[in-house]
Design a protein around this ligand. Sequence first.
Ligand code: ADP
Length: 369
Amino acid sequence: MIRSKLLTTTNREAVSVERERLNSLVNSMADGVIAIDERNTVVIYNGAALNILDINSTMTGQALPTIMNLVDPNNQSVDIVELVRSTVTATTSRDYSLRYPDDSRINLYLSIAPVHLGYGKGGQKGHVLLLRDITHEKALEEERNDFISVVSHELRTPIAIAEGSIGNAIFIMEKTNDKDKTKEALNKAHEQVVFLSDMVNDLSTLSRAEGNKLKLEVEPINVAELVNDLVTGYRSQAEAKGLQLLSELDPTLELLNSGKLYVREVLQNFVTNSIKYTEHGSVTLGARPKDKGVEFYVADTGIGISQADREKIFDKFFRSNDERARSSTGKGLGLYITMKLARLLHAEISVDSELNKGSRFSIFIPNLG
Ligand code: ADP
């Protein structure tokens, strides 16, 4: 009698130790864990599950549908009881979202596995659900897919034009040997190859910026020299469109300590955009001292940017729907990269623009070091 009582106590202790172990194991998991019984009520759960489901009271004894509102990729509610019931072998999915009472949602990794919750043959059957918030991964995946489709689409056109023009040049040479026409076709091909090379450069800056691999090398910049250099470099491009490219330099400008290459790249982006999106008039590149740095500005008399577009022009791949903007080639990366570089330079960008009147992009670059 005494012996059997002792055994029972030892058993109970063993079970309780076992349960403690299980609890701490389940609680140490980063993923949300919920075990439900045959009637779909919660019997075990961990802190991570409370976090994901955004519940701050006990879940034990609650029915699964009352704590979890699943939606499928078509935004339709999912019958979770049916989903669990039909799960006979462990299954995982990355397609569902979890909807909260305020209608916000997160992307969910959901694994459902049938289990025996009790001991022995007669033990209760149930299911274990694993939950993980994969909103961030999904967003990255989507961004990567968008990126690949935009880049491949943008590459296709110039490659096709360059290929066609070179084929044309060969054909003309063989048939008529007309030098002017051959040159014209080769120039067209050359233009497209330059566009492709610019694009590859942008993409490489972009990938270094995204991987936080851009290094800032601060050096003294002769601001007047930089502005004059850019104006000389872009004058023929502006004049080819009948535009005037002007410079405005405050005579009190001094040396600026900053990342020369990046300052140059930012200004190049502003100037090429202004030339691109201006049909008549002028583009002005100017610089003046401001606070403890220099304010550069690029003002044009171009098509302007609507207020709604102004909020998006620095987004990745954004291109206005304005037909006049669409008529020139672009990939919507220039200003996105510009903003990344500006952050690196601790600079501030501002944009003033009026539709059909023109735009003015200014950037304040502080003296560093
Ligand atoms: P891209 O010029 O390659 O399209 P950007 O990132 O440089 O890409 O610019 C994004 C968009 O901002 C452009 O497509 C255009 O609609 C608008 N934009 C930029 N600069 C100007 C400007 N100076 N005048 C009018 N629109 C502009």
